[in-house]
Design a binder for this molecule. Sequence first.
Ligand SMILES: C[S@@+](CC[C@H](N)C(=O)[O-])C[C@H]1O[C@@H](n2cnc3c(N)ncnc32)[C@H](O)[C@@H]1O
Length: 240
Amino acid sequence: MTDDSSPLSDSTPPPEWKQKVHGRKRGFITPREKIWLDETLPAFRPPAASSREEMLALLGADPTKARLVLEIGFGNGQFLAPLAAQHPEDRFIGVEVFQEGMAALIRRLQKDQTTNTRIHPDDARVFLREGIPTHALDWVIINFPDPWPKKRHHKRRIVQTELLDLLVERMVPQGLLTLATDWEEYALWMAEVLEAHAGFENLAAPERFAPRPDFWQQTRFETKGVDAGRTIHHLAWRRR
Ligand SMILES: C[S@@+](CC[C@H](N)C(=O)[O-])C[C@H]1O[C@@H](n2cnc3c(N)ncnc32)[C@H](O)[C@@H]1O
């Protein structure tokens, strides 16, 4: 393992990342389901790898053809499961802290017999730092991240300069970063953070926001936002 490819080669994480992940962790999960989840989840964990090629090879894919795709905060997997089923040639990793969501995604993957998706049950920022090799991700998806609308909670938002710094290290050059939110003020926040970062360019330029993408799958969070009269903002950026 070279220094360049080591997922552990970073310096100490910034202090704000020592904060815990806020929000729901468990949801409506019975003790029996919890036992099932604890027994089932290990088979879905992504492998440890020191390079993109090794990660894809361990996932049974051809590194010259497959994309390695990461969804941060997949919720119930309503976006990830159909996307993965439509792209059996690619490999997907979903990261989530919400146990009910993990269980829902596993059930859906099993029902659809989708075998190209792995799940990491923890803070995506820690997983990016410790579990993803350098320059490994072809596409990173962040859909409807918790908006934390109160100003004093903005520091809890996942889209921050520190996250983009990490994504620049973990994504391949020209890798795709797509984001969506139904919270206009968070959409503006995302655009500002991205525009201020030298590592990404806006694929929608000269527009600030992108049209609804072809690959789109509507989730419950989107439906809730639309039902409440909110507009969905899409962002499509590329790692330089
Ligand atoms: C508003 S929900 C959206 C879920 C899903 N993306 C969708 O569109 O339906 C945000 C999700 O992000 C998850 N989340 C928040 N912070 C996270 C973190 N640091 N790492 C992984 N998941 C996180 C939450 O548990 C929650 O399920």
